[in-house]
Design a protein around this ligand. Sequence first.
Ligand code: DAH
Length: 344
Amino acid sequence: MSNPIEQVRDEALQTLEKAKDSKTLGDWRSKYLGRRGAVAKLFGEIGALPQAERAAFGRQVNALQSELNTAFEQREALIQSHALALDLEEGEIDISLPAHPRRRGGLHPSTRTHREFQAIWADMGFHVYQSRDVEEDDLNFTLLNLPPHHPARDMQDTFYTADSRVLLRTHTSPGQIRAMRDLGDGGSKPIRVILPGMCYRQEQITARSEIQFTQVEGLAIGRNIRMSDLKGTIAEFAKRMYNPKAKVRFRASYFPFTEPSMEVDVECFLCSGEGCRVCKYTGWLEIAGSGMVHPTVLRNGGYDPSEWSGFAFGMGPERITMLKHGIQDIRYFWSNDLRFLQQF
Ligand code: DAH
């Protein structure tokens, strides 16, 4: 008589060939591979064997077990694919049923506003210059004409790294110096860029102020750039961004890196200047700080201020996004709450 392992193997493989559905397949599995199946029984016989034969016998039963497992899986896959083919043929799967909807992600409301900004500025000939979030103290302050004792340099307002000369930029303006040095070719080439990015300030977090927010800086340097260029450019932006009839007004202001400096208001796009709660009944919304680039800043960027001039502006897209969508609390922006984000 051939050896009992071979016998189980031959019989098992032969019957497996005949299994045509999952029921027979299941029965086969318990008959041969189950807890009381043929293979288990062979394992049980090991103890009765002479010591010298046990190891070899055990190895063979192990090999048989894995061979039968593999054969079972192959057979199962075959039966399943047959069943699927049959179903398809008989039309049991209704391919006209609507598919499960796929949930797609959306763009962050701030990203959307940034893309609108960028498209408009790109159309007006400004390209995007990517500056850095981690910035040198000199670029963020000193080279922008903010002297060492300036209150904005206070530890209370700025996030410094362990190295006190390195900080998280508090505005996108240091990118002006980087853009001039990088693109100006030693102060010999005109520049027209916008610099979008995240800024950081060590503030009390409230519904109106966050420790991080984005800005879009703008910079144009050329040989004959005048204040009228700044006013015309911003007015054109406002028309494209808010409404084709949007009026803008410029108010004298002060920024250390521009001279003269102006704040820019656009006619409230919610009440068309009539006065409403959003514009605090003034009819105007503040959209930017701006001015003619200070001669010191031009010099720090490598330009000779007797030959070159330029304008700059800084805008805060979050506020515009909040007004547009009626978002009441700036803390929603970076708290990653899906209930908020999924609305966009
Ligand atoms: N950096 C200023 C701020 O964070 C905004 C600003 C004002 C930028 C005037 C400019 C500018 O380029 O000309 O408040």
